[in-house]
Design a protein around this ligand. Structure first.
Ligand SMILES: [Zn+2]
Length: 221
């Protein structure tokens, strides 16, 4: 891929960025609240059946992001994941235009499709800017297997930590995909929100989204 084109595209993206995405703290809040009404909370026997303490006991597992091996709760791990997923340049893989079936594209593709990045259901993926994906749903299933079957206790605990952190990173994408900002960019340089208008450069841009079509308009100066 032409690095010069990517640099120009990134400059355009950041300089004109009108994305009203969730803040990292909002991702944490959404994820934590989802967890607290999930099957883990509703069915307190679920974790016990896997050899762990029940969810309300707030058992701690190894934090993958802490070099000292700090242990934190499942809730904290999921929140960590939801926050970490938005770090640069990972977030360039958080876009998917389902009509054109493309990732974030500003002249050139700047990342991978969110679905491929988050799920890896069509095989392992590596982003040109973010590197190999180690926190997809596919990776989560592998961490789950290792957490259940590894012989060493510390390896099992490490993989429980990896699993819950990865779940936070995967559900981050479910949250992103609920926002037009992450799905509408295919035919123009600008991300739009339904029925809102933005002043960009010398013109006024806005977009209209119908069931089957995305239209971009530019008014006169
Ligand atoms: Zn995101």
């Amino acid at each position: 891929m032409n690095i010069f084109k990517i640099v120009i595209a990134l400059l355009i993206f950041f300089l004109n960025n009108s994305v009203y995405a969730y803040k990292e703290s909002t991702h944490e809040y959404l994820s934590s609240n989802a967890l607290n009404i999930s099957a883990l909370f509703v069915d307190q026997t679920l974790l016990s059946d896997l050899g762990l303490q029940s969810f309300s006991n707030e058992q701690k597992f190894t934090n993958p992001n802490d070099i000292n091996g700090e242990k934190i709760t499942i809730n904290e791990l999921v929140k960590n994941g939801a926050r970490f997923e938005d770090s640069l340049p990972r977030f360039l893989n958080h876009f998917y235009d389902p009509i054109n079936n493309i990732p974030l594209t500003v002249g050139v593709e700047l990342g991978l499709r969110s679905t491929d990045w988050a799920l890896e259901d069509n095989g392992d993926v590596t982003s040109a800017l973010a590197g190999a994906q180690n926190y997809s749903y596919k990776e989560a299933m592998n961490y789950f297997l290792l957490a259940l079957t590894s012989q060493a206790k510390n390896v099992r605990e490490q993989n429980w930590g990896n699993l819950f952190q990865t779940l936070g990173q995967v559900i981050h994408h479910v949250q992103d995909m609920a926002q037009p900002d992450h799905t509408v960019f295919g035919s123009g340089l600008y991300c739009c929100i339904i029925s809102k208008t933005y002043v960009r450069g010398s013109g006024l841009y806005y977009c209209i989204i119908s069931n089957t079509q995305i239209s971009y308009y530019k008014t006169k100066n």
